[in-house]
Design a protein around this ligand. Structure first.
Ligand SMILES: Cc1cc2nc3c(=O)[nH]c(=O)nc-3n(C[C@H](O)[C@H](O)[C@H](O)COP(=O)(O)OP(=O)(O)OC[C@H]3O[C@@H](n4cnc5c(N)ncnc54)[C@H](O)[C@@H]3O)c2cc1C
Length: 329
């Protein structure tokens, strides 16, 4: 029987990352194409935490959950986590391993794949099973101009997927999940990096981009800090969050954590307001799944107008204050 394993990432505040549920639902669909493959999760966490997630695992279609608990796992560590993940994967021998392309997943996945001498397709936007029962992992390439479908010759076939690329199951998929506890000797493993403290980003609101329902995003057309201050005011009135194009990030108008697009975040808010953003393909791949897109741009031929539901042609510095005024009413 084929096996699919998902890395069940735990967030800093001790919840299962939403990407776990997105991957779980995708894994169910892949499993159907593999004659009901076994779907398992790998959870690495501090002692006792696994208990909190059992119901969530049972309602998300997992056949087996491998739990590795140790208080040394309280904070993510490349050396400690990869040791546990590699040992479990060697033992279970899954055909496919899926990991969220989060900060943690992007660190962990290549470490595992290089250690197991297998291939890893990063930042996939599509996963399927081909006619030979192999994982067909699709991702943008050549700066987003082409979509490449990549097959892996070795096992396990590994892929990372950014949060929000797939949707979680709309309803519970209840299974009689087996919980298998594992333990490894990690006392002697030296960490190159020690966790000292966590301090929030000064512009902390930007960390909420992944789950934001309203995003006000700015590009090069917002020109300067005053431009972004206007966006902030608009976001405040709408109870939204600030996002940015790569050019705006490179201009120092927003931190990298606010970048949306191919090399930034993928977002699916209810409302996305793009201000002074031209709509390059690398930006669009990160936001075009938003429910409603409003674009404000001085150039009537800007490509962003091809994907938006509502387009306003004009100077954002004139339009946004009027919008704020109207919204306040
Ligand atoms: C491999 C690769 C990865 C990339 N990844 C990303 C990514 O993750 N995210 C991303 O965003 N980009 C990414 N890029 C860059 C991307 O190709 C574009 O260069 C970038 O998105 C352009 O940003 P922009 O729209 O802010 O700037 P521009 O393309 O310069 O557009 C500025 C827009 O502002 C408008 N404007 C100017 N003044 C005003 C005004 N007063 N009022 C209203 N509108 C105005 C202009 O008409 C113009 O349309 C990537 C590129 C590559 C090659």
């Amino acid at each position: 029987m084929s096996k699919i394993m998902i890395y069940a990432e735990v967030t800093r505040d001790n919840y299962l990352h939403t990407v776990v549920f997105e991957l779980a639902y995708k894994a169910q669909k892949l499993a159907e194409k593999l004659d009901s493959a076994d779907v398992s999760a790998l959870l690495i966490c501090k002692c006792g935490l696994g208990e909190n997630f059992k119901e969530a695992f049972m309602n998300s279609g997992f056949d087996n959950v491998y739990i590795v608990e140790n208080d040394r796992y309280t904070h993510y560590s490349t050396e400690l986590y990869s040791k546990a993940a590699i040992e479990i994967i060697k033992e279970v021998q899954p055909d496919i391993v899926l990991i969220g392309a989060t900060t943690q997943g992007r660190d962990l996945a290549p470490r595992i794949s290089s250690s197991l001498h297998t291939g890893l397709t990063a930042d996939c936007t599509g996963l399927d099973i081909n006619e030979n029962g192999k994982l067909a992992a699709t991702r943008p390439t050549f700066g987003g101009k082409l979509m490449a479908t990549i097959l892996c010759k070795t096992l396990p076939q590994m892929a990372t997927v950014r949060p929000k690329v797939f949707k979680p199951s709309p309803e519970n998929i209840v299974k009689n999940t087996n919980f298998i506890y594992k333990d490894f000797e990690i006392a002697d493993i030296k960490r190159k990096v020690e966790f000292i403290d966590f301090s929030a980003n000064l512009r902390n609101e930007i960390n909420e981009l992944d789950s934001a329902e309203i995003i006000v995003a700015g590009g090069r057309g917002m020109k300067n800090e005053e431009g972004f201050e206007l966006l902030k005011q608009l976001a405040d009135v709408l109870d939204g969050t600030i996002g940015a194009s790569r050019d705006a990030v490179e201009m120092g108008l927003a931190p990298q954590s606010a970048q949306i697009g191919q090399t930034g975040k993928t977002v699916t808010p209810k409302l996305y307001i793009a201000c002074g953003i031209s709509g390059a393909i690398q930006h669009l791949v990160g936001m075009q799944e938003a429910n409603r897109i409003v674009a404000i741009n001085a150039d009537k031929d800007a490509p962003i107008f091809e994907v938006c539901d509502c387009g306003i042609v004009g100077d954002a510095f004139e339009i946004i204050p009027k919008l704020i005024e109207e919204l306040k009413k």
